[in-house]
Design a protein around this ligand. Structure first.
Ligand SMILES: Cc1cc2nc3c(=O)[nH]c(=O)nc-3n(C[C@H](O)[C@H](O)[C@H](O)COP(=O)(O)O)c2cc1C
Length: 202
């Protein structure tokens, strides 16, 4: 599914987004639009220059060991059915991997962090280490983890710029998360970021 083109001329203050960024664990039911989802995915790992080579994040040796999955849980958008999707940066497309609302299983596999299921969507960042350890050996592991930090901060800041909020989750059963999102076993889950319109944490 082709995604709406990213907007690169918004006027949000970066300083404001940095100051407002918080891990959010309470979300309103209202889901983001398809354009907002597309913008989040582009900020996470999208192509940012003609030719399809450069991305919104840096990558050691430009090897890009990460993949981005979207777990979409609500019925509100006719174009986007609940399911697990893989983001294809080159084409700026979503590929349906498996239909269904996987938010509750995702929360349960994250040590029962039930708040996660309250977000209309989650973005899952995975690493395929072989793509980077082939060149850098064991050092490739740390590079992949650094890059997931770049992706997650981009998601946090893009969410702020869209009036959305994000959470970040590193506590989960790796293999189970991979099974739930129907990722191949070589795509190892690193972080999950629930996103939506925020409500105040108590
Ligand atoms: C790598 C990483 C893993 C995290 N895992 C979780 C998690 O599993 N559950 C959770 O509620 N928060 C998690 N957090 C969020 C932290 O608790 C949060 O960033 C910290 O309390 C600071 O709050 P702030 O992000 O609102 O500034 C994680 C943060 C990071 C960077």
């Amino acid at each position: 599914m082709k995604l709406p083109a990213p907007q690169i001329d918004d006027r949000t203050s970066l300083t404001h987004a940095l100051a407002q960024r918080r891990t959010t664990r309470r979300f309103r039911p209202q889901p983001p639009s398809l354009a907002q989802c597309a913008q989040l995915l582009w900020a996470a790992h999208g192509v940012s220059a003609p030719g399809g080579f450069k991305r919104t994040i840096p990558s050691a040796g430009a090897l890009y060991p990460l993949d981005i999955y979207l777990v979409w849980g609500t019925d509100h958008l006719p174009d986007l059915r609940p399911g697990s999707y893989h983001y294809e940066p080159q084409a700026h497309e979503l590929r349906l991997i498996a239909p269904g609302d996987f938010r509750q299983p995702l929360a349960e596999a994250s040590l029962h962090q039930t708040w996660m299921a309250g977000a209309p969507l989650s973005i899952v960042i995975t690493a395929e280490y072989a793509r980077i350890t082939g060149k850098y050996g064991d050092r490739g592991y740390r590079y992949a983890h650094m890059e997931s930090g770049n992706v997650s901060q981009n998601i946090f800041l893009q969410a702020e710029a869209l009036g959305l909020k994000a959470g970040i989750v590193g506590a989960f059963h790796d293999r189970r998360i991979g099974e739930i999102i129907h990722a191949p076993p070589v795509h190892e889950p690193l972080l999950i970021m629930p996103v939506g319109y925020g409500e105040q944490d108590h």
